[in-house]
Design a protein around this ligand. Structure first.
Ligand SMILES: [Zn+2]
Length: 186
């Protein structure tokens, strides 16, 4: 007997007899069709890559800026404030904000006598948050620039194609003219 199931991708209702089934992490999952299953998988892969990027960034901050030994707890305030930035800014923008201030930040962590980890983090994040917008605006300008170059280069391709087509049309015409000329001569 058909059982009511929900599409894992779009949440639509259906039955186990009409829906597409995949076993994911040992569990039966249903989808309206195979295309939706593939979309779902693509989203999952993207989410995993994003999580990995975030973890790498946090690890990098601990290793390079805080100089923490492996196994030390990541400061909660720092985690919270970095996550807050990552909710809006792309991970490479946030990383660049740390990289650009690397000298200042690592010097401060080593030499300034912060009364607590909390104060150190406030200092670090004030500097990072202070430069993140400039980096983000540069990043957006670059993206637009890349887009513009892509549009222009695809335009050049079509122009070139048009030119080739025109040339071949002309040369065809010439051939014909010559053959007519030859015919006339015979
Ligand atoms: Zn669906």
């Amino acid at each position: 007997m058909a059982r009511k199931v929900k599409c894992t991708y779009c949440k639509k209702d259906g039955t186990n007899e009409t829906f597409y089934k995949e076993v994911i992490k040992g569990k039966n999952k249903y989808f309206c069709n195979q295309v939706e299953y593939e979309l779902f998988e693509m989203n999952e892969t993207k989410k995993q890559a994003e999580t990995e990027e975030r973890n790498n960034l946090i690890q990098w901050i601990m290793d390079e800026i805080y100089n923490y030994e492996k196994g030390m707890v990541f400061p909660k305030t720092l985690n919270g404030r970095v996550s807050k930035l990552l909710n809006f800014y792309p991970v490479q923008v946030v990383k660049e904000a740390f990289v650009n201030n690397y000298e200042v930040l690592s010097w401060a962590i080593k030499n300034k006598d912060f009364s607590s980890e909390f104060h150190a983090t406030c200092y670090v994040m004030t500097i990072v948050e202070g430069s993140v917008n400039d980096i983000y605006l540069d990043f957006k300008r670059n993206q637009q620039h890349i887009k513009k170059i892509e549009v222009e280069s695809s335009k050049v391709d079509t122009d070139l194609f048009d030119e080739i087509t025109t040339v071949s049309v002309i040369s065809n015409k010439n051939n014909k003219d010559i053959s007519q000329f030859l015919d006339d001569d015979l």
